[in-house]
Write a protein of this length. Structure first.
Ligand SMILES: Nc1ncnc2c1ncn2[C@@H]1O[C@H](COP(=O)(O)OP(=O)(O)OP(=O)(O)O)[C@@H](O)[C@H]1O
Ligand SMILES: [Mg+2]
Lengths: 270, 283
């Protein structure tokens, strides 16, 4: 109780004594844990390697320059693949997340059990990184674009679905009641009362996820799921640092492009 | 004609918001439902179109018991019951026209409504109503670009496009300034008279209720404690509805000025407060 009385005067403090001591102890324990962890990390590190790391880094960068410009044209196709993986994966993710999110939102779900199942699907999708999805899918489907598209799609379901269903749960209830009160069917209530309210969020989230997926699909090639990561992996393994640099530059340009497209799209539609 | 028979509503939380209400509203009557906050006014009118499911009792609209209807039949019955809300309840991102047209959703199938393909007769009527509520040039504006008074007019047009027999109105003026409030109340009651609608209006503003309704029902803790003409609201009755308060004086006058024209104040309680706000008010 932060209010106490001293000599007939009311004193207000943020915390009373026991709470203050508790807070102080928590900080002390927290600091000790951090120091202890630092000790463990330090013991496990070969400091000799760390000490010459600036030198190593400089050498690596030196080897990267100049970038191998002649290599750039062969990157057009993998780049196009990457873009397709991201786009198709996003479309698949959004298409599947859409019905799931309506089943998961408390105000639109047909039944609590359905809701639990929908939430489980969202959590499952979210808890597995797209690189791991890709690893699994390459093992099942063999290497290639399809594994990449599915990996991006499966990962997107959870992300998009979660933000979608939260948007549905946050809508204003009154317009929905008003549309219901006119004698509209459930689908009509959905399309007139709910969809217009969540549409801006849906568009924003989808474009945002596409933007993220462009970046994620650049690394899928490392595990053989297609895209520019295949070339990156080959170049690094072959110590062709000039090529690596070219790939970095190309990826950077593509991300810049996706950034621009998504900013544009969001402004247009909202 | 609407008849409530022993209508009862107990929320899952345990609140018994409406307790055995009996009420008959003849065709064409404008009834004002007054009562303190939490008296159960909103619950009562929401029970009628079953936005809130009544616990027990019957609701007779003409010869149909609304409490007995299955989902499909309820939807059909709702088409004939218009509703107007305090916060307008428009879909903000839709245009004025789309909001008004949503009053006819019960009469078109899903794809017609999805592609906004309403019958021309419906669109004609929507334009007529927009003209009637004074929003001629607003059809293409988005609802969120409108002022409160304009939004409520859209709400009224939406309810009337249903071509209802009964109008349920939940505090239509609580978010509006005094002048706009009167205009909105006048519009609702005029339209009701033109179409011979039964209307139930929940309202906190007693003078406004007296001005526009033909009958007042006072609700307190879920029970009807007054049912009668607008001029029957004596200080005693108001105390019964709202609880103890000096009903004969203005809010800002002190105890000495009590003798100021007591007779007039008793006959039309609280109007003096209103006429201070708006010049030219008569009741
Ligand atoms: N959805 C709900 N769940 C549980 N209890 C509710 C719900 N809605 C209303 N109540 C309770 O029912 C009682 C009546 O509420 P209601 O909203 O009908 O009153 P009201 O007369 O419309 O009040 P106001 O004038 O403030 O709008 C209140 O005690 C309220 O707490
Ligand atoms: Mg209310």
């Amino acid at each position: 109780m932060p209010v106490s009385e001293l000599n007939g005067q009311k004193i207000w403090q943020r915390r009373d004594r026991p709470t203050a001591i508790k807070h102080w102890l928590m900080w002390l324990v927290g600091t000790l844990i951090v120091l202890w962890c630092w000790q463990i990390i330090s013991d496990a590190t070969t400091w000799a390697f760390v000490r010459d790391s600036p030198e190593q880094a400089m050498q690596l960068i030196a080897r990267m320059f100049p970038p191998n410009v002649a290599y750039a044209p062969t990157l057009v196709r993998p780049l196009w693949d990457t873009l397709n993986i991201a786009t198709l994966g996003s479309i698949m993710g959004v298409a599947i997340a859409l019905p799931i999110s309506f089943l998961a939102a408390t105000n639109t779900t047909p039944h609590p059990i359905v809701r639990s199942i929908a939430l489980l699907m969202i959590v499952t999708s979210r808890s597995i990184n797209s690189l791991i999805w890709a690893l699994l899918l390459v093992a099942i489907l063999g290497p290639g674009l399809l594994a990449g598209v599915l990996a991006i799609g499966l990962r997107s379901i959870g992300f998009v679905g979660k933000l979608f269903f939260e948007a549905i749960e946050e809508i204003d209830r009154e317009p929905v009641e008003a549309v219901t009160a006119t004698g509209a069917s459930e689908l009509q209530v959905l399309s007139y009362g709910i969809v217009p309210q969540v549409l801006p969020t849906f568009v924003g989230v989808s474009v945002f996820r596409w933007d993220i997926n462009i970046r994620e699909s650049t690394v899928l090639g490392l595990v053989g799921a297609g895209g520019i990561g295949v070339q990156l992996s080959a170049a690094v393994n072959g110590l062709q640092w000039g090529r690596v640099c070219t790939i970095f530059i190309v990826i950077f340009l593509m991300v810049l492009f996706s950034e621009w497209v998504s900013a544009k799209a969001r402004k247009e539609i909202i | 004609m609407l008849r409530l028979e022993n209508l009862d509503k107990q929320y899952p939380t345990g609140d018994r918001a409406v307790k055995g209400v009996n009420l008959t509203i003849p065709e064409g009557q404008v009834l004002a439902l007054i009562g303190p906050s939490g008296a159960g006014k909103s619950t009562l009118i929401r029970c009628i179109n079953r936005l809130v499911e009544p616990t027990s009792g019957h609701i007779w609209l003409d010869t149909q018991d609304l409490t007995r209807l299955n989902t499909a039949a309820l939807r059909r019955a709702r088409r004939k019951i218009g509703m107007i809300f305090q916060e307008y309840a428009l879909v903000e991102r839709l245009t004025v026209m789309e909001n008004v047209l949503s009053g006819q959703l019960g009469y078109v199938n899903f794809w017609q409504s999805w592609f906004r393909k309403f019958p021309q007769s419906t669109i004609d009527e929507a334009f007529r109503l927009l003209h009637r509520v004074g929003l001629d040039s607003f059809a293409d504006k988005r609802a969120d670009a409108l002022s409160g008074g304009q939004r409520q007019r859209v709400g009224i047009a939406r309810a009337l496009l249903q071509n209802p027999n009964l109008l349920l109105v939940d505090e239509p003026t609580a978010s509006l300034d005094p002048k706009t409030s009167r205009q909105i109340m006048r519009l609702i009651t005029e339209l009701a008279r033109e179409r011979d609608l039964s209307v139930i209006i929940n309202i906190h503003d007693v003078p406004l209720a007296q001005m526009f309704a033909q009958r007042i029902v006072g609700l307190r803790m879920g029970e009807v404690v007054y049912d009668g003409p607008t001029d029957g609201l004596t200080p005693d009755v108001l105390t019964q509805i709202y609880g103890e308060e000096d009903w004969t004086t203005d809010a800002d006058s002190d105890a000495d000025s009590e003798d100021a024209d007591e007779a007039a104040a008793t006959k039309t309680p609280m109007t003096s407060t209103l006429s201070d706000v708006i010049p030219g008010v008569t009741s």
